[in-house]
Design a protein around this ligand. Structure first.
Ligand code: ZN
Length: 215
């Protein structure tokens, strides 16, 4: 947990340091917007201890959502509405209080809707970066369906492997307490993101995790 002001400041510095590593993937105007919304996201998260997401585009702010961890903030409902807007591409800055990997849902909406960039920042100052190549912001429905299906399979396989290792069944997991479930999904989401990082090798997507930064 990030408790003291000193630790918060260190985490904030670490985040800025990690942000400087993604700057090369961004245009100059994007960089300025990212800087602003990333810090707004991080500061809101640290102050309130909950999740939030800023949606924004080239013309600035579009929407802000927040709530307790575990709820789906970047929901299909919200994203569908963006689908109809002309003001694309859009970016999202989002925080995870427990500094864990983007959830299955986070990655899904990134691929499914016309978002160009998503940054998920952890409260320890780590940063997960997802970006689509500028020419494929809107993937064809067919291709998208195939991609989402293959990732769904990948996610299921990772869950099954994690369960096998512990001689656990899906039923056991469903009946387990919140703490055990959270621990499982923490590992599962991390493995899923690692796997996607390895797959995103054709120059169409960028998936990165920056942990280090300033001490
Ligand atoms: Zn999330």
């Amino acid at each position: 947990m990030i408790n003291t002001l000193d630790e918060q400041q260190k985490a904030r510095n670490r985040l800025l340091d990690n942000f400087s590593k993604i700057a090369l993937y961004l245009s100059e105007p994007e960089r300025k917007q990212f800087y602003k919304y990333l810090l707004l996201t991080f500061d809101f998260g640290i102050k309130n201890g909950i999740e939030c997401a800023y949606f924004w585009g080239d013309n600035g702010f579009i929407r802000f959502v927040s709530g307790d961890t575990g709820n789906t903030h970047i929901s299909d409902d919200i994203c569908e509405a963006f689908n109809e807007k002309e003001n694309i591409p859009l970016s999202i800055t989002h925080n995870h209080p427990k500094s864990i990997a983007p959830s299955y849902n986070d990655i899904n909406v990134f691929l499914k809707y016309p978002f160009k960039n998503i940054v998920v920042c952890g409260h320890i100052g780590n940063l997960y970066f997802l970006q689509k190549d500028q020419y494929i912001i809107k993937i064809s429905d067919d291709e998208n369906e195939k991609l989402l299906n293959s990732l769904r399979e990948l996610y299921k396989n990772i869950i099954n492997k994690c369960l096998q290792v512990n001689n656990y069944t899906a039923e056991d997991l469903k009946n387990a307490n919140d703490e055990i479930q959270a621990a499982y999904f923490r590992i599962i989401d991390e493995l899923y993101f690692d796997n996607i990082c390895k797959r995103a090798d054709k120059g169409r997507f960028i998936f990165k995790h920056y942990k280090e930064g300033a001490k």
